[in-house]
Ligand binder design. Structure first.
Ligand code: PEP
Length: 267
């Protein structure tokens, strides 16, 4: 059974003090939101302090990237074991900002996902098409390539533990979210491909979450879609009240879907 998975991506926002203040304010609110897996992904500098502030709560901590080697002469990089030791349990891999601004490829994403698993971290692997690609009707081809190359060599057991974030690049930080129908179509496609390449059982356990301008106002409609198992939230996660609202509405939508006996998606 997949329970809703909601991750806050703080990008390059929040100092150590700001991160700790947020976690202290957020954790009592999160306690009321059971049955949801909640993750906060601060910058590297705040990982340890945020993990300490979240200790013994239902709030998990994730990093926003990692390097695939354990240690070595890789100036500026941070490894999976280092992230794990800092107290994080999750790591975002292949975010479109890293692909477009820092040269990430499906190959580097693949190595990073393998390194995350090796370090005992749950990877949140981001995929998604650009606006040009969507307009050229290449969305499914792009997703297929990113899944095939990015997840190459993973076992069915790893796919079952993986979180895939479908994030159409044109929807990230733009205020223009995918429509619920567009999200449902893409998520359904991703699930089918996972079934085909990794088997039905692991595909059913893999979380496929949506990212791209998720806000309190659109969270319910997006989360009500089949195969939308949660959200990766950037801008709207920076404010505690707004993020609490998104988690609460997503949880409500998942509960309503279960009550209605509708198939697919997180329950
Ligand atoms: C993101 O950073 O993954 C993201 C989806 O950002 P935003 O919610 O701001 O579009």
């Amino acid at each position: 059974m997949r329970i809703p998975f909601i991750c806050a991506n703080w990008k390059m926002y929040k100092t150590v003090d700001e991160a700790v203040k947020y976690v202290k304010e957020f954790r009592p609110r999160a306690r009321e939101l059971d049955g949801v897996e909640i993750v906060l992904a601060p910058p590297f500098t705040a990982l340890h302090a945020a993990a300490e502030a979240a200790r013994n709560s239902n709030v998990g901590i994730g990093a926003q990237d990692l390097y695939w080697e354990r240690e070595g002469a890789y100036t500026g990089e941070v490894s999976g074991p280092m992230i794990r030791e800092a107290g994080a349990e999750y790591v975002i891999v292949g975010h479109s900002e890293r692909r477009t601004l820092f040269g990430e490829t499906d190959d580097t994403v693949n190595r990073k996902i393998a390194a995350a698993f090796a370090a005992g971290l749950c990877p949140i692997a981001c995929i998604g098409e650009t606006l040009d690609q969507r307009e050229r009707q290449e969305t499914f081809d792009v997703l297929d390539r990113q899944i095939k190359r990015g997840l190459d060599g993973l076992t069915s057991e790893q796919i079952a533990q993986l979180v895939i974030a479908y994030e159409p690049v044109w929807a990230i930080g733009t205020g223009r979210n995918a429509t619920p129908a567009q999200a449902a179509e893409a998520h359904g496609h991703i699930r089918k491909r996972l079934q085909h390449w990794f088997g039905r059982d692991s595909a059913e356990l893999c979380h496929v979450i949506y990212g791209g301008s998720v806000k309190p106002d659109n969270a319910s409609d997006l989360m009500a879609q089949p195969d939308v198992d949660g959200a990766l939230v950037g801008g709207a996660s920076l404010d505690v009240r707004s993020f609490v609202e998104i988690v609460a509405r997503s949880r409500q939508a998942a509960l309503a879907r279960r009550a209605a006996g509708r198939p697919g998606g997180a329950v």
